[in-house]
Design a protein. Structure first.
Length: 148
């Protein structure tokens, strides 16, 4: 199995961006697991969508920038040129907001469906989406929350 970087990984202070780069590149190579394809660069409440909104970017131009860049740093330079300017403090607050968010009851039910194996072991509504993804991808042992 090909592992994506943690959603906590950051580039230029932007969490989610390194993982998004991985997804776009792997998808272009036909190696992205199907479970990740539907949400890739999808606007809205997905992590990719939240990144696009925060960074002030459109999905397709970002996808093209990722595919035409050789390094993560080239992608970051493109994001900084074409996206909304964000201070280090704004990036930190945004990351904290994502990390502390807990789902509504409706979203908690959706999480239970998406993360069935974890849902029998933990309360998937009680952890951050970052923890949930890291648990699902075996970066955090189930039942142990990453230290903040």
């Amino acid at each position: 199995m090909i592992h994506l970087r943690s959603p906590r990984s950051s580039l230029g202070g932007f969490i989610i961006l390194p993982r998004l780069i991985d997804k776009v590149r792997l998808h272009a190579q036909g190696r992205l697991s199907p479970e990740y394809v539907d949400n890739m660069l999808t606007p809205g409440s997905t992590l990719d969508g939240r990144f696009l909104t925060f960074a002030g970017l459109e999905a397709e131009p970002l996808r093209q920038a990722i595919l035409s860049s050789k390094t993560d740093e080239e992608v970051l330079a493109w994001v900084e040129r074409h996206g909304r300017r964000r201070s280090a403090e704004e990036k930190r607050r945004w990351a904290d907001e994502i990390n502390t968010y807990r789902p509504t009851p409706e979203w908690a039910e959706r999480r239970k469906q998406l993360y069935r194996e974890l849902a029998v072991k933990i309360d998937v509504a009680a952890v951050s989406v970052l923890d949930l993804i890291d648990m699902d991808e075996d970066r955090i042992p189930v039942g142990k929350k990453q230290a903040e």
